[in-house]
Design a protein around this ligand. Structure first.
Ligand SMILES: Cc1cc2nc3c(=O)[nH]c(=O)nc-3n(C[C@H](O)[C@H](O)[C@H](O)COP(=O)(O)OP(=O)(O)OC[C@H]3O[C@@H](n4cnc5c(N)ncnc54)[C@H](O)[C@@H]3O)c2cc1C
Length: 416
């Protein structure tokens, strides 16, 4: 086994992890980013979740509430000819930025290769070593070798709090009853209407399909994330509720989801007006997980704090996406006030149990209801940006000063 030494190690190269690694490195700490897939982007590229939510508030005239590294990613997308203006969903009135997953892969490769971050794809964290209440090292592996990586600070951006789980720490799972949101398989479909698609239209077709006896249809309300002005998009309705993240469970889930993908295509193309030519081209490489394990942090963001648009002095990022809850047969949105946001406090990124572990993105310390808002990728860029700075400051000083973190974030053009 080889040995590597860094100041900061970030595991997971989704929106949160890429932002964390870039932020840490730009603050002068030697940083490694590890990702098990063959591309960066996390669910954006590996689960074909092809819209950035959370960059804008909800309102007649949405306002941008995430800048910093998130904005830099959008700017690079524009260089590749992508339109990064928001689109307002006709059913939910929420504003999101549509993108092509292949462009996002290249954009993140470009930004990382122009930075001082050391990064490795096709590399998986398989273990952790904790001593005296500190994470000392993690073990990563590729198809050649295993590597023990030592660092002063670690950032868990695995989306599923895998690092924290491997440290043997307790995590949160779901709401007070242990119920989590559904996970869904994104399906690339062609032959759909070019205009934005209404949730009600899809629901009517799925219900009719159920009545007519098509099997493997469960959820009734959901979306096709349309590629702007094109006749294709990503159907995200086939859904399951994993009971854990074991290979045994996820094997069963992927097999069930593939069957559902065929069934939803059949129901919508048979009974959806304007969808007669809809075909399934492919399903995403990996199930998209909306909710799983979350870190227990020094602060746990509460559902009511999100809905009331709570502001705080120890803010490190803004969150403007409403609560989007996928349970049962539908999806339910609960919004804040027009164009409002809530502040994310620094304590939600800091482990309660081990002082040199930080997190961001989907593993953030929050109640289930708040996570239904916080998990989106625009917000993930913002929390990742902040977690990278907190980890970097900790690696340099052995603690973190909130005011110092806030100043660096502002210097790096983040909006707090
Ligand atoms: C069906 C669906 C639709 C959604 N729709 C939207 C939407 O329209 N807009 C939006 O903004 N958000 C949407 N979301 C939410 C969003 O996709 C995720 O919450 C977001 O991607 C989380 O970002 P993240 O960086 O925290 O984690 P992820 O994107 O999950 O990235 C985590 C990364 O960590 C890596 N990793 C995990 N464990 C290890 C390990 N042991 N070693 C190495 N690497 C590891 C994974 O491979 C992954 O690449 C949706 C989610 C789903 C499931």
């Amino acid at each position: 086994m080889q040995t590597l030494h860094y100041d900061v190690v970030v595991v997971g190269g989704g929106a949160a992890g890429v932002a964390a690694a870039l932020a840490s490195s730009r603050n002068g700490t030697k940083t490694l980013l590890v990702e098990r897939n063959a591309s960066f982007g996390g669910e954006a590229t590996n689960s074909w979740v092809s819209a950035f939510c959370g960059f804008y508030t909800k309102g007649e005239k949405p306002e941008q509430c995430v800048y910093g590294i998130g904005e830099e990613v959008l700017a690079k997308m524009r260089e590749y000819g992508e339109d990064t203006d928001y689109v307002i969903n006709p059913s939910t009135k929420n504003a999101s930025i549509r993108f092509h997953p292949e462009v996002v892969k290249v954009v993140l490769d470009d930004i990382l290769s122009a930075s001082d971050v050391d990064y490795r794809l096709c590399t998986t964290m398989i273990d952790t070593k904790v001593e005296d209440n500190k994470l000392v090292s993690i073990i990563i592996m590729d198809d050649e070798d295993k590597y023990e990586v030592y660092a002063d600070a670690f950032v868990d951006c695995t989306g599923d709090a895998n690092m924290i789980h491997m440290c043997g720490l307790k995590t949160m799972w779901g709401d007070e009853d242990g119920s989590i949101q559904q996970s869904s398989l994104s399906c690339l479909v062609t032959g759909v209407p070019k205009e934005e698609i209404k949730i009600d239209t899809l629901e009517a077709a799925i219900k009719k399909g159920k009545e007519e006896g098509i099997k493997d249809l469960h959820k009734e309300r959901g979306m096709i994330i349309k590629v702007r002005n094109e006749d294709y998009g990503y159907l995200t309705i086939p859904s399951v509720t994993p009971k854990d993240l074991s290979g045994e469970e996820l094997t069963k889930d992927h097999i069930a989801l593939r069957k559902q993908a065929l069934a939803y295509t059949k129901a919508i193309s048979t009974y959806g007006e304007g969808f007669e030519k809809m075909h399934l081209l492919a399903t995403a490489p990996y199930i998209g997980i909306r909710e799983s394990r979350r870190m227990i942090g020094k602060v746990i963001i509460k559902g009511e704090e999100m809905l009331e648009g709570k502001k705080c002095d120890d803010v490190i990022a803004r969150a403007g996406w409403p609560c989007e809850m996928h349970k049962g047969t539908g999806v339910k949105f609960t919004a804040m006030k027009e164009n409002d946001w809530y502040d994310i406090p620094i304590g939600a990124l800091v482990s309660k149990d081990i002082e040199n572990i930080f997190t961001a993105g989907r593993s953030i310390s929050a109640e289930s209801v708040a996570l239904a808002s916080l998990r989106v990728m625009g917000t993930g860029f913002a929390t990742g940006h902040a977690a990278g700075i907190v980890a970097s400051v900790y690696a340099k000083d052995g603690n973190y000063d909130t005011k110092a973190v806030q100043k660096i974030l502002k210097d790096q053009k983040a909006l707090i």
